[in-house]
Design a protein around this ligand. Structure first.
Ligand code: FES
Length: 298
């Protein structure tokens, strides 16, 4: 029998559960069965939402594990595994401190599982900024055409912006990040195409009042940073892109919550989901860049 103690700021107290042989599964499965709120999303070792710290209790040597490449890569991107831990896992099958709860199987040993609750990496919706409050108070979108007009503008602007960032990264020789920005520009163009197709060829530009200014004088997916800055570091570029994506997310989120037209709210929700995916991608890249930067500083 294994005692598993869960500890988190999101629990009022530590909780210990008992997993009997044959009924163990992963840490996430045990947590779900006992209504312990470890955040999760993909349940397939890809998103990093279910990150936990695992401590083996007692003096026994930990059970060996075969850390999969997928889990190793996600932990690496999150900056939650050291080079030494990777070597230890590969050579000695020793488990690292941090694991993905959906990938970590409970063994016949007592463990303490710590998770951050609300602070755990993705899966949590990004916090709304003051920009979202401005949209809520100042721009209620109450027709499908009105929504599509804004969505077309947002996505067109975002695609141009990401292309600019990609060009900037290419100039600096950062081909890898340039590729990511081209990919994000591609996603924005897909949204743009979807919105344009739904507009059925109608010119909706008239739906945006000529004197309308977005908060900060920029559409939600733009940021104040000029895309042509060749000195932009990879990390700066990624953070800039993240700020832009979060504002796009907030815009759609605000529309989904404020529109009185169900079709508009439903459409905005679709965009919310996709923007949240982009945010997760960028956050993973930023975690990876920060990890690399910290490694070079040591
Ligand atoms: S839920 Fe996505 S990695 Fe575990």
């Amino acid at each position: 029998m294994a005692n598993i103690t869960f500890s988190s700021p999101s629990l009022s107290r530590d909780m210990t559960v008992y997993a009997v042989a044959g009924d163990r599964g992963t840490i996430l499965a045990v947590a779900k069965a006992n209504k312990i709120p470890i955040p999760f999303d993909c349940q397939d070792g890809e998103c990093g939402s279910c990150l936990v710290e695992v401590q083996i209790l007692g003096d026994k040597r930990p059970h060996g594990i075969a850390l999969t490449e997928k889990e190793k890569e996600v932990l690496r991107q999150l900056g939650k595994i050291t080079r030494e831990e990777i070597a230890d896992a590969e050579v000695n099958d020793m488990p690292p401190h941090y694991r993905l709860a959906c990938q970590c199987f409970v063994r016949n040993e007592d463990i303490l599982v710590k998770f951050a609750g609300d602070e755990t990496v993705p899966a949590q919706p990004p916090h709304l900024s003051s920009a979202a409050r401005i949209y809520k108070g100042g721009m209620e979108i109450n027709s499908v055409d009105h929504f599509l007009a804004h969505a077309i503008k947002v996505e067109d602007d975002a695609a141009t912006h990401f292309d600019g960032l990609a060009a900037s990264m290419e100039l600096c020789g950062n081909a890898e990040v340039a590729k990511l920005f081209r990919q994000l520009a591609g996603y924005s163009r897909l949204h743009l195409r979807a919105a344009t197709e739904r507009a059925k060829g109608k010119d909706l530009t008239a739906q945006i009042p000529p004197d309308y200014v977005w908060p900060d004088h920029a559409t939600p997916e733009r940021t104040s940073l000029l895309a042509g800055d060749a000195d932009l570091s990879r990390l700066d570029a990624l953070r800039t892109a993240l700020a832009g994506e979060k504002r796009g997310y907030e815009f759609y989120y605000a529309v989904s919550g404020t529109s009185k037209i169900p079709a508009v709210a439903a459409m905005a929700k679709e965009f919310v989901k996709e923007e949240a995916e982009h945010i997760k991608i960028l956050e993973a890249w930023i975690a990876r860049e920060e990890w690399l930067a910290a490694k070079h500083e040591v």
